[in-house]
Design a protein around this ligand. Structure first.
Ligand code: UFG
Length: 345
């Protein structure tokens, strides 16, 4: 019989890539998602239950019916400025809902848990790359809501038979190279999305938030990871727990940083569109540099990234978006994509 797992947030960007890989790996998947930001169309395997983690009765019924062997918990709010404006929503949707889920795991004896955490728990690290033992000092409610969830998971595991893998994601981008899944970039503000939206002429320019950071070119440095590699880390984590592995908290990045200028340069080169770039003030709360020490995840899980390349992240992001918009797009190969629609208004 197939192993049955629950994936919360499995209709979202990262969750849907994981669900696809779990299906291909032979797992029986049940997705629980309120579809507030995710889409039923993105669930390519298993059963989708549209429900909210705040609805504890419903959640309990789902657990009682299915008897999961593991839970992968993605469902969360993740926009940093929104978390500053509406912190209670973030503590409800992220922290309290993780507690709801853990209670069901406890009552129904589900003892393997994989959690989506974030590099935001490190705040503004004094040293890079950050290791898993770098102090966690989040600087916004989003990061704190996730760190509190980490603590709930750790404390519950110490008091029970539950084992967990918490993955701290760095800057996730890209799309399924097979063109089945991706993230809609409309209304998304992260750097690769902003630059791709400018290349697609949906916005007039890209702003560089801060050019006076203590970095070689003065702009912020981040560790960009392809969503397919992040997804495979979850499948590896599940196999690790199934093999009896002990609880772990692991960074999930490549260990290599790119500056804002470097990312913009690659988006221009790959899209073939020379969009305007404006130098602007720093965004409040942006650290200069956050890159992962990625040794532990490879050692513990045997994780081997397949798409460790900024150009592939940019290329698959653009290719997905153009496919969604039915734009005549791709010429060239995986490394070079030229937008035929350069002159679109
Ligand atoms: N940036 C720009 N212009 C833009 C957008 C971003 O210059 O239009 C800069 C930022 O100032 C920063 C870098 O690009 O220096 C990356 O910014 P992103 O918004 O792409 O990503 P963040 O590093 O701020 O945050 C992301 C996620 C968070 C997560 C964090 C973990 O959005 O949810 O990674 O590292 F917590």
């Amino acid at each position: 019989m197939k192993t049955k797992v629950l994936v919360t947030g499995g209709a979202g960007y990262i969750g849907s890539h994981v669900v696809r890989q779990l299906g291909e790996a032979g797992y029986d998947v049940v997705v629980y998602d309120n579809c507030s930001t995710g889409s039923p169309k993105a669930v390519l395997h298993g059963e989708l239950i549209i429900g909210d983690l705040a609805d504890t009765d419903r959640l309990y019924q789902v657990f009682a019916k299915h008897r999961f062997s593991a839970v992968l918990h993605f469902a969360a709010s993740l926009i940093v400025p929104e978390s500053v404006a509406h912190p209670l929503d973030y503590y409800s949707n992220n922290t309290r809902n993780t507690l709801n889920l853990l209670r069901c795991c406890h009552v129904l004896d589900v003892n393997q848990f994989i959690f989506s955490s974030t590099a935001a728990v490190y705040g503004e690290p004094e040293e890079n790359p950050v290791t898993e033992s770098t102090p966690t000092l989040p600087i916004n409610p989003y990061g704190r809501s996730k760190l509190m969830s980490e603590w709930l998971i750790q404390d519950h595991s110490l008091a029970s038979r539950m084992r967990y893998v918490t993955l701290r994601y760095f800057n996730v981008g890209g799309a399924d190279p097979g063109g089945r899944l991706g993230q809609s970039l409309r209304n998304v503000t992260h750097l690769i999305a902003a630059a791709c939206n400018a290349a697609l002429k949906r916005q007039s320019e890209v702003k560089i938030f801060g050019t006076d950071f203590p970095t070689p070119d003065g702009t912020g440095i981040r560790d960009y990871i392809h969503v397919e590699d992040l997804a495979s880390a979850h499948v590896d984590a599940l196999r690790y727990l199934e093999a009896g592995g002990e609880s772990q908290t692991l960074n999930c990045g490549y260990g290599k940083g790119y500056s804002v200028r470097q990312v913009i340069e690659r988006v221009k080169a790959i899209s073939g569109v020379d969009f305007p770039v404006i130098e602007a003030e720093r965004r409040p709360g942006d650290p200069a540099c956050v890159t992962a020490c990625a040794e532990k995840i490879s050692q513990v899980l045997g994780w081997q990234p397949q798409y460790n390349d900024l150009d592939t992240i940019v290329y698959t992001t653009l290719a997905w978006e153009m496919q969604q918009e039915n734009l005549p797009s791709v010429t060239g190969n995986r490394q070079k994509l030229v937008l035929i629609n350069k002159e679109r208004p």
